[in-house]
Write a protein that binds this ligand. Structure first.
Ligand SMILES: C[S@@+](CC[C@H](N)C(=O)[O-])C[C@H]1O[C@@H](n2cnc3c(N)ncnc32)[C@H](O)[C@@H]1O
Length: 163
């Protein structure tokens, strides 16, 4: 596959999985967390499909499109290995939806990163909460859900915390 093919698959999968996850948590309270703002495309889409739910964004250096930049009070700046434990102290296990797109172009590095960050993400989810990730996560006791139509296997993963 070309890099363009891979990129398109990732974008299509992110959109399909975020829309599916938003529907799954529609009856739940609790905020959503966006891990990795980047250009802000997925954050922008989350605002559309999760409105009016609060969306907190975790990012170490903001470089997003102006239309896709969260307000200061919804931005949690810093390395996620430090800010996620702080968020757990601040919010508790309340997130209805967590979306993570923290990786770069190196798939092996992304896998190591996902393995290391998984135990920091897992306790943030509320019972029944849903996690969407561009990389396979390494949770204990979470169910991996089937992908929705249009999502490409391997490009996106969906997990649900036990209810
Ligand atoms: C692939 S981009 C996210 C793209 C985004 N989903 C979009 O649609 O534009 C990954 C982002 O994760 C951030 N990131 C990577 N590792 C991080 C870390 N350890 N702590 C905080 N942010 C991190 C990077 O700065 C980068 O902005």
């Amino acid at each position: 596959m070309s890099r363009l093919d891979l990129f398109i698959d990732r974008m299509v999968s992110q959109r399909a999985c975020l829309e599916h996850a938003a529907a799954l948590v529609a009856d739940m309270n609790g905020p959503a967390f966006e891990l990795g703002l980047g250009n802000g495309r997925t954050y922008h889409h989350m605002r559309k499909v999760l409105d009016p739910r609060d969306i907190y964004v975790f990012e170490r250096a903001v470089a997003s499109h102006p239309d896709s930049t969260p307000p200061d009070d919804m931005l949690i700046l810093g390395d996620v290995f430090e800010t996620l434990p702080q968020a757990l102290d601040r919010f508790g296990p309340v997130a209805a939806l967590v979306h993570a797109d923290l990786g770069g172009h190196d798939r092996a590095k992304n896998d190591t990163f996902a393995r290391n960050i998984s135990p920091y993400v897992q306790p943030l989810l509320a019972p029944g909460g849903v996690m969407v990730s561009s990389d396979r996560m390494y949770f204990e006791g979470f169910e991996e859900l089937p992908l929705p139509e249009h999502a490409v296997p391997g490009r996106c993963f969906i997990y649900r915390a036990p209810g």
